[in-house]
Design a protein around this ligand. Sequence first.
Ligand SMILES: CC(C)(COP(=O)(O)OP(=O)(O)OC[C@H]1O[C@@H](n2cnc3c(N)ncnc32)[C@H](O)[C@@H]1OP(=O)(O)O)[C@@H](O)C(=O)NCCC(=O)NCCS
Length: 221
Amino acid sequence: MGSSCTGSRLRRRTRGQQMIATRHGRSPCGRSEPPGEAGSRIEEGHRFTRMNAVVVRRLGGEDWRTWRDLRLAALADAPGIFHGDLAEERAYDEARWRTWTEDGVKVAAFDAGVPVGVAAGRTPAERTGAVELFGMWVRPEARGGRIAERLALEVVAWAREAGRSQVELWVICGNDSAERVYRRLGFERTGAYEVHPHDPGLRKYVMTRGTLDSPVRPLPR
Ligand SMILES: CC(C)(COP(=O)(O)OP(=O)(O)OC[C@H]1O[C@@H](n2cnc3c(N)ncnc32)[C@H](O)[C@@H]1OP(=O)(O)O)[C@@H](O)C(=O)NCCC(=O)NCCS
């Protein structure tokens, strides 16, 4: 199953300088880079001390700016990871962001009130019983604090409350740090692969877990 990833190739990006490695490469995605214009508004003057208690909560329609700013910062930081297009989404108006915020679930992490991470869940019409977790991103300055685990578990909780039995997500081949996060939470590869819709040089694979599975398990080293 893992060998299916080896067709992907090391690629360098100009915007955000995101680097995605193959299974044989050395760099996972998520390299620390200055955020784009949308993100700089969020982080200005903020220091990530790790001493602040990080709060994770679901967003409502009134939080559309938070979803917008985190989403645009994510696309600027890691353009090869997400399906969205930064220029296209930057052009969305308020009504569109509000509607998107309220569609499915958007979960954000706040460090002393400053948004530092985000994840989203949606119920694909074609997949009854499943929720797709997407858009997972933690600000480079806030990484390493297990924030992603809390974001993912909140999406799983939302899926369970919505009566869904499975949560699925896509990982780009070579994004090993993301896979480790998900494996710690009990997600496993299904063996399904697809070519990235915007980049035929990249492949992605599905991971899934049940919404009633135990929350966290230790990662085998
Ligand atoms: C993947 C991602 C969400 C993980 O978020 P996180 O809250 O930092 O997750 P963790 O704290 O569990 O750390 C994950 C790994 O990154 C390592 N890490 C620590 N500090 C880091 C830093 N400053 N920068 C990058 N990685 C760091 C951790 O040690 C950990 O490694 P391990 O799994 O071997 O223990 C985050 O790196 C990110 O936003 N990446 C770019 C977007 C992305 O890949 N999204 C996932 C799409 S499927």
